[in-house]
Design a protein. Structure first.
Length: 265
């Protein structure tokens, strides 16, 4: 069974949407065919040809290869499920870029909020040999010999998911609280990676990013707080040190609530 998940920032991944009257640079290919190992699939959702590059509707195209796509707004990304795995493809919608890795990006097209990916990206991440036949308006795809997966050069998605995201001011605590009992009955270790929150359940895992340094760490909720208005999280000294917040005392953070997170033993 193929199961591939792409994570894409918030956008519509419609199957058969018409681009409508949006102004588009280049020409629409109102009907095109993808031939996969000799089997043809006709697409009624158009492709876009711009200069010498052809862009294909992301969701419909990947479904033809047995992949499924899921958008998670909290993660700002799209997961692709295939090969009985989950893959992660990041997108920078502000700059219309697909980010494969630190050194590889591709242009992304948005037509009435629908994502279109270029043939160059498809050739980069999929284990197929692709060729576009202009006269027949057909994309031919032949499985790369000795390949066992649909995709390549894609980072696998983590097993956990981000289920909530919020930002605000965080502080840290330690010192006299070290060795005292927390609200869940544990002994507080200021050098550990824990945090206090007013309402989140105990043992909830959070990924906390200090916005000034862009450094992140994962903490576990084991206490209640902060007890000062205007603050959303109280980090242990060790967690604050990890992300560079400790010398500042306070700092703006992004907090992502993680579901299914398993800490390394």
């Amino acid at each position: 069974m193929l199961c591939l998940l792409f994570l894409i920032p918030q956008l519509v991944l419609a199957d058969d949407a018409n681009p409508g009257n949006e102004t588009i640079e280049g020409g629409l290919i109102n009907q095109f065919t993808v031939t996969i190992n000799g089997q043809a699939t006709v697409f009624t959702q158009p492709a876009l040809q711009e200069n010498e590059e052809v862009f294909f509707p992301l969701r419909a195209f990947l479904r033809a290869f047995g992949a499924e796509i899921e958008w998670n707004p909290h993660e700002g990304a799209t997961r692709i499920a295939a090969d009985e795995k989950e893959y992660l493809l990041k997108m920078d919608l502000a700059n219309l870029k697909v980010i494969v890795d630190e050194n590889t990006t591709f242009a992304l097209k948005m037509i009435n909020s629908h994502a279109y990916m270029p043939l160059g990206l498809i050739q980069k991440i999929m284990n197929y040999d692709f060729s576009w036949v202009e006269e027949a308006q057909t994309l031919r795809a032949e499985r790369t010999p000795a390949s066992f997966t649909v995709f390549r050069d894609l980072r696998e998605a983590p097993s956990y998911r981000v289920v909530e995201t919020f930002t605000g001011t965080a502080s840290w605590y330690g010192g006299k609280f070290h060795g005292r009992e927390t609200n869940n009955g544990e002994i507080f270790d200021e050098n550990g990676f824990t945090a206090a929150h007013r309402t989140l359940p105990f043992n909830t895992y959070l990924r906390v990013t200090f916005l000034d340094s862009d450094k992140s760490t994962v903490v576990r909720i084991n206490d209640r707080g902060p007890h000062v208005s205007g603050r959303i999280l109280d980090l242990s000294r060790g967690a604050a040190e990890e992300i560079g917040l400790r010398p500042h005392g306070l700092g703006e953070v992004k907090v992502e609530v993680l579901s299914g997170y398993q800490p390394e033993s």
